[in-house]
Design a protein. Structure first.
Length: 68
């Protein structure tokens, strides 16, 4: 199995109220499939680099999700 770099990724998906949910994997996540088990089936999601998440959470309620 290829090594899974859980420390450097995040999975984002849209919330029902128009916001963005961010899933942060732990050492127990050994694959993207394992991580995405926790995302509602009807939601689209993106795997992104953790550095792409803004560090300033002042306006975090204004973050939006756009499909690629």
């Amino acid at each position: 199995m290829d090594e899974f770099d859980y420390k450097n990724i995040r999975v984002i998906y849209p919330t029902d109220n128009g916001g963005v949910a961010i899933c942060i994997p732990t050492h127990e996540c050994v694959s993207i499939a394992k991580l995405t088990e926790h995302i509602p089936a009807e939601k689209s999601y993106q795997v992104i680099d953790r550095l792409d998440i803004p560090t300033d959470a002042t306006y975090r309620n204004a973050w939006t999700y756009e499909e690629n």
